[in-house]
Design a binder for this molecule. Structure first.
Ligand SMILES: [Fe+2]
Length: 269
């Protein structure tokens, strides 16, 4: 082969290999970002005062009558109705699904118990300790908001992850509620979670809402960075973003009665 032809073919090989490396990096980058996302620990947040301990409830909801079960584990993962009661919870229905993952390995955590609890759609807990302001003016519209009990709302539920570490819940969007009206402090709509993995310690956090069809969506986004729990937990703006779940109509069109959101909990080993 003449020298110039050899030179050209070497150059072409270099260009081609550079192109291949670029292609490889391009095709790997989504994998790398997924891996990073899956190993980034879900930010921890406080349990709050309204965990459903036995005896704290105002309206006793026990779908499972087994007396050995703590009340927090006596109800299933569909909070939109209570078995034996003829009615449905008020509020925007949502489905939340995802996985529980190990932060070290990114692997699924099977058999992890998740307990979820929240306020009703008007922002009232089924808890004796929730005796704060029952009525208040909506901070934007000034219309009266009545924080009331909903006898058809299940308030808390539990589930256990399958072999793929997957879970799901069906519930309603809880109302935002005031913490200190004079100071203009409110908690944005949120869901509480306590996760009991089979081999690691209990993990506690809260998730927030975003979506065009989420009630008080704009207000919720404004309240979030000033939220007492977010501030107490010291979450950075990036960490705050990681505890917000986007809800939208089901892209597959299968779930027609509610919005769908996805969240993977990444917990310590
Ligand atoms: Fe709360």
């Amino acid at each position: 082969m003449p020298r110039s032809a050899n030179h050209i073919s070497r150059r072409r090989a270099l260009i081609q290999s550079a192109g291949f490396i670029g292609f490889l990096m391009g095709s790997l980058s989504p994998l790398i970002s997924v891996a990073t996302r899956h190993t980034q620990l879900t930010p921890k947040q406080s349990l709050g005062p309204f965990f459903p301990d036995d005896g704290d409830e105002i309206d006793s909801i026990r779908e499972n009558q087994d007396p050995n079960l703590p009340i927090s584990q006596a109800n299933d993962q569909d909070l939109t109705f209570v078995k034996g009661r003829k009615g449905k919870a008020k509020g925007q229905v949502i489905y939340l699904n995802g996985q529980v993952l190990d932060t070290k390995t990114g692997q699924a955590v099977p058999k992890a118990r998740l307990i979820m609890w929240s306020a009703s759609s008007s922002g009232r807990y089924n808890h004796k300790g929730d005796d704060g302001t029952y009525s208040f003016p909506h901070p934007k519209t000034r219309e009266a908001v009545h924080r009331s009990h909903d006898e058809y709302f299940q308030y808390w539920g539990q589930t256990v992850t399958n072999e793929q570490g997957e879970y799901w819940f069906k519930t309603i969007v809880p109302g935002f509620y005031p913490i200190d009206l004079r100071a203009g402090l409110y908690r944005p709509s949120h869901l509480h979670f306590k996760i009991l993995p089979p081999k690691a310690s209990t993990f506690v956090t809260q998730l927030y809402f975003r979506g065009d069809q989420i009630p008080n969506n704009t207000l919720n986004q404004e309240l979030l960075p000033k939220d007492v729990v977010i501030l107490d937990a010291g979450l950075s703006p990036e960490e705050q973003e990681r505890v917000i779940v986007d809800y939208a109509p089901d892209p597959s069109g299968k779930k027609t009665d509610g919005l769908v959101g996805h969240y993977d909990f990444v917990i310590p080993s």
